[in-house]
Ligand binder design. Structure first.
Ligand code: SF4
Length: 175
């Protein structure tokens, strides 16, 4: 079972959050994995996605995490949380979100295109159990064509950097 929570739940408060919570409540006792959308904004321009067309960046708040997400994690005995977006590294408080969730003993993974990872890496590296890296090209031209970004060398350097810091960590690649 997967449940998505995004910034709109916070803005449209009760209705959206409650209806989603009720749906979950009615149908299941336990949720295996939560995909948490922390922003609607992205630094790539992938062919397969329209997140990057969002003009107004929105970010999930720490209050929403504390008041809604943490209780949900407890209630449904969630063991895995996957932090995603948009591009989650654009969230200015990504480290605080990750730490709040990790404190609950959760296995935390981060889906990232790696473009903004350097801003957060030192603060989050001790709290992440796995990375899912958006990497579908073996040349700069192909990466630009598919994902609209020119950061081929930077993106490709991250798997090695991550492994150097945490050799036992699992890496997955989204292709
Ligand atoms: S990196 Fe992910 S969220 Fe961003 S445009 Fe590509 S598929 Fe969409």
């Amino acid at each position: 079972m997967f449940a998505y929570y995004n910034y709109e739940n916070k803005e449209k408060k009760s209705t959206e959050f409650k209806s989603l919570a009720l749906n979950v409540q009615d149908s299941v006792k336990k949720i295996e994995r939560l995909f948490l959308v922390v922003t609607n904004f992205c630094s790539s321009k992938c062919l397969l996605c329209s997140y990057w067309k969002n003009k107004e960046p929105k970010f999930i708040s720490l209050t929403f995490i504390k008041r809604k997400v943490i209780p949900l994690i407890r209630k449904y005995n969630i063991k895995f949380v996957c932090i995603t977006g948009g591009e989650p590294t654009l969230h200015p408080e990504l480290d605080k979100i990750i730490k709040l969730i990790k404190k609950k003993g959760i296995f935390v993974t981060l889906i990232t295109n790696c473009i903004g990872l350097s801003k957060h890496f030192n603060k989050i590296k001790g709290y992440i159990d796995g990375y899912m890296i958006s990497l579908d090209a073996d040349t700069p031209t192909l990466l630009y064509k598919i994902r609209g970004n020119k950061n081929f060398l930077e993106v490709n350097s991250w798997p090695k950097k991550i492994k150097r810091e945490s050799p036992l960590l699992k890496l997955c690649f989204l292709v």
